[in-house]
Design a protein around this ligand. Structure first.
Ligand code: KIV
Ligand code: ZN
Length: 527
């Protein structure tokens, strides 16, 4: 039956709402924290991808979280093509009001309330009786409806909750005004048949359920998050919650790209539709990897390096004769393209801007100028400039927006005859500073020069180098992980010069550390 939703109007039976929680559930997992500029960049890319709801954060968790939800509501949230902007809130007055305040300027907003409903969580974590959980549900949803027409209510640990109690509390949430009911598999415990049964039960037993949107949110502890999400869709759920690359608490959430491509590829079994522009999937996956410093594993479905690589001779032969022999979807449909020579050193600003637009970037004039300068420099040094190079270069530039410490230049003397020496120039809070250092190799000398300019106690715990494209003139993409008082940050850098890329990555990590020092971690989800 078609239903009418405050944010989406009339929804036909086959429409699936894609709710993305990369910036909340994904971002709260260890190592994946992002600063404001990075969140805005991801928010922009998610909007271009066509998601329906963007969970921008958990407003009460920290001043930084509040600011990022607010900034996304004020920028993306004002646009005509904006998704619904959501903030998480626990089932308490302060949380709901803080979420409402952060979301105030979004044209379409959602307050997302969560409270645990399993005996285990209610007793040991919340220390509330089931009746108190129902009361908190009613009061928080009622309050949220005074600030937003669109209110989602989630039963944390729904899959381990008593089915009778779940029906009672869901009914109470609907009566209080919830417009979406989400039943998460918070600990990734359920099997697909459990999910089908839970939703069938709720749909059969809860009065009023036919008028609201049912939602699924699955964690991947048993590797079943996507399978459970598809089972939920076939059990009548209209909203799926997921993240890019499947990032999220512990083993992560259901991966958006896998769900969307499963629906698209298996229309025979899942005849549903959504608004995701699938050609943008690879691009956004790479952007997230660049920002967080975590590459997906090579065999990751859809976006892994090997997802469309055919190694066995028989397979290669088959694909060459007829791609469908071994490809169930085309690589182009998710954004894979053969390396394409796009621009050269004679290309002008207009061509560069045009290419960026084709690649899905909307960047301001200042960033365009800086990126163009770096593109010219790259085109001088590298024979051919591929789309991948431009993506790496621009993402690198965009990541550096709002940073206190900026890389300016590096001069190196290295080789086998004498100790390596680095002459480094950084800008710190607008002031240019230089340092020279020697070290055990050029990377060591460069990192010591950074330490001289900006003394800090953080330990270097990981340093890795990869190539953006093939060939000896390929750009290097480097990752530096720093640790300070148990806090981990990853920085990235890209350049044809591996040591310059390393310096950029180190500086990026330091900037993240400065942000992290001012930030408190989100508190436990208890009432
Ligand atoms: O996993 C979970 O239960 C959650 C809720 C906040 C929806 O992330
Ligand atoms: Zn979750």
């Amino acid at each position: 039956m078609a239903i009418t939703h405050p944010s989406f109007g009339t929804l036909d039976d086959n429409r699936i709402i894609i709710f993305d929680t990369t910036l909340r559930d994904g971002e709260q997992s260890p190592g994946f924290s992002m600063n404001l500029g990075e969140k805005l960049r991801m928010a922009e890319a998610l909007t271009e991808l066509g998601i329906d709801v963007m969970e921008a954060g958990f407003a009460i968790a920290s001043p930084g979280d509040f600011e990022s939800v607010k900034a996304i509501a004020e920028s993306i949230g004002q646009r005509d093509d904006s998704p619904v902007i959501a903030s998480l809130a626990r089932a308490g007055q302060m949380d709901v009001l803080r979420a409402a305040e952060a979301l105030k300027s979004a044209k379409r907003k959602r307050i997302h309330i969560v409270i645990a409903t399993s005996d285990l969580h209610m007793k040991h974590k919340l220390r509330l009786t089931p009746e108190e959980v129902i009361e908190a549900t009613i009061s928080s949803v009622t309050l949220a409806r005074q600030h937003a027409d669109d209110v989602e209510w989630s039963a944390e640990d729904a899959t381990r909750s008593d089915p009778d109690f779940l029906c009672r509390v869901v009914e109470a949430a609907i009566r209080a005004g919830a417009t979406t009911i989400n039943l998460p598999d918070t600990v990734g415990y359920a099997l697909p048949e459990d999910i089908s049964k839970m939703f069938a039960d709720i749909r059969a037993r809860v009065p009023g359920i036919e008028k609201i949107v049912l939602s699924t949110h699955n964690h991947n502890d048993l590797g079943l998050a996507v399978a459970n999400t598809l089972a939920a869709i076939n059990a009548g759920v209209r909203q799926v919650e997921s993240t890019i690359n499947g990032i999220g608490e512990r083993a992560g959430n259901a991966s958006l790209e896998e769900i969307v491509m499963a629906i698209r590829t298996r229309q025979d079994a899942i005849p549903r539709h959504n608004h995701i522009k699938t050609q943008g999937l690879l691009r956004i996956s790479k952007l997230l990897s660049t920002i967080t410093g975590f590459d997906v594993q090579p065999n990751k479905a859809i976006v892994g390096r090997n997802a469309f690589a055919h190694e066995a001779g028989i397979h290669q032969d088959g694909v060459l004769k007829m791609a469908a022999t071994y490809e169930i979807m085309t690589p182009e449909s998710v954004g894979w393209a053969k390396n394409s020579l796009v621009l050269g050193k004679h290309s002008g600003r207009a061509a560069f801007r045009d290419r960026l637009q084709t690649l899905g970037y909307r960047i301001g004039d200042n960033q365009l100028n800086d990126s163009f300068r770096r593109f010219k420099d790259l085109a001088d040094r590298k024979k051919v400039v591929f789309d991948e190079d431009i993506v790496a270069l621009v993402d690198d530039e965009v990541m550096r927006d709002h940073e206190r410490i900026k890389f300016l230049s590096l001069d190196l003397h290295a080789g086998s005859k004498r100790p390596a020496r680095a002459e480094l120039e950084l800008e710190v809070d607008g002031v240019t500073k230089t340092a020279t250092a020697t070290g055990d190799g050029p990377v060591d000398a460069t990192f010591k020069a950074i330490q001289n300019i900006f003394p800090h106690e953080a330990n270097l715990v990981l340093f890795s180098v990869g190539a953006v494209t093939e060939g000896s003139d390929a750009q290097a993409r480097t990752t530096v992980r720093l640790e300070e008082n148990g806090k981990l940050v990853d920085g990235q850098g890209a350049d044809t010069d591996t040591i310059v890329a390393s310096a950029r990555a180190y500086v990026h990590a330091l900037n993240k550390l400065l942000v992290k020092r001012t930030r408190t971690e989100p508190t436990a989800l208890n009432a």
